[in-house]
Design a binder for this molecule. Structure first.
Ligand SMILES: Nc1ncnc2c1ncn2[C@@H]1O[C@H](COP(=O)(O)OP(=O)(O)O)[C@@H](O)[C@H]1O
Length: 284
């Protein structure tokens, strides 16, 4: 039976070191090892009692942002999505933003150096405001990024969200963002039949409230060709990151059973979390 571990006061994180570590990081082959059994958490919470340091992995469109953001509220830690940091830079009109636009709109990855610099700035700003712990979404995306992260801190748990590829494409194409409040919605109504023993998946659309309807925009990189390219790059560059964490016994595989109403309670169950619990309690 899982014991309840309380998360104590914020401790300062060592992320100001991340930039320095970039230059010394070694690139090695990803480790292949066992899969962590579902329904069984690895030692997810640091026994020293600091806030959680979790990573969310998964293909474009799988819903990393949705679940990472809900968990960050539940656990009172920041949700840091490197894709959001990149989009902020694009929208800022800076020279760097102009350089990144082509890369992002073709579905390619930004260089490790640039992404680490953006993440480093975000973590330092958070540290200044007294933030501690995090749920990272969209980082690390290469083994090199994972190694650099490992050099500067100890990740407790890596959640790998999974959906069949045809669902991912439909979800990306249905994704809409309100350009005023910034919330994400999805107009796709997904009904995929089960194949070869795997169950079918249904997801109802996540429609915007009336005040957002006229303000919906589509991400420039959510076109079919670019989504396919992002999936190809994920398989090439980011799947080895799954192996990296699997080798460390930190990877929790989670096949999403459907939309938020069915997946969210199931995810909480697998993580031994209870929405009704005191916010700062985690079972490990
Ligand atoms: N860790 C990262 N390394 C390199 N590029 C990144 C990283 N995170 C985000 N990006 C860039 O930002 C884009 C959008 O990221 P994100 O919103 O996470 O998209 P996705 O829906 O593909 O998961 C990526 O296609 C990539 O160009």
């Amino acid at each position: 039976m899982a014991a309840v571990i309380r998360l104590f006061r914020p401790s300062s994180s060592p992320f100001s070191l991340i930039r320095r570590s970039l230059s010394t990081a070694a690139v090695t082959e990803p480790v292949k090892s066992q899969t962590y059994p579902q329904n069984h958490l690895p030692p997810a919470v640091d026994p020293k009692g600091r806030n959680v340091q979790w990573v969310f992995l998964g293909c474009p469109g799988v819903g990393k942002g949705t679940y990472a953001s809900r968990l960050s509220t539940l656990l009172s830690v920041p949700h840091i999505a490197t894709g959001d940091l990149v989009r902020e830079e694009l929208n800022s009109g800076s020279n760097l933003g102009k350089q990144l636009a082509d890369i992002v709109n073709q579905g390619k990855l930004v260089s490790d150096e640039i992404i680490i610099s953006l993440l480093s700035k975000r973590l330092e700003a958070g540290e200044g405001k007294g933030e501690s712990g995090f749920i990272l979404d969209g980082f690390p995306r290469t083994v090199r990024q994972a190694e650099i992260l490992d050099e500067v801190t100890n990740i407790d748990l890596v959640v790998n969200l999974k959906l069949p590829e045809r669902v991912l494409i439909e979800k990306c194409l249905g994704r809409r963002i309100c350009n005023q409040c910034g919330k994400n919605f999805n107009v796709a109504s997904i009904n995929v039949k089960g194949e070869n023993g795997s169950p079918g998946i249904s997801m109802a659309p996540l429609l915007p409230p009336p005040q957002c309807v006229s303000k919906l925009i589509t991400r420039a990189d959510d076109t079919e060709d670019v989504v396919k390219e992002r999936l190809r790059i994920y398989n090439d560059k980011s799947q080895p990151v799954e192996d990296f964490y699997r080798g460390q016994g930190k990877l929790l595989e989670f096949d999403l059973p459907g939309g938020i109403p069915v997946s969210w309670p199931k995810l909480l169950e697998v993580l031994n979390l209870d929405e009704q619990d005191e916010k700062q309690s985690v079972a490990a």
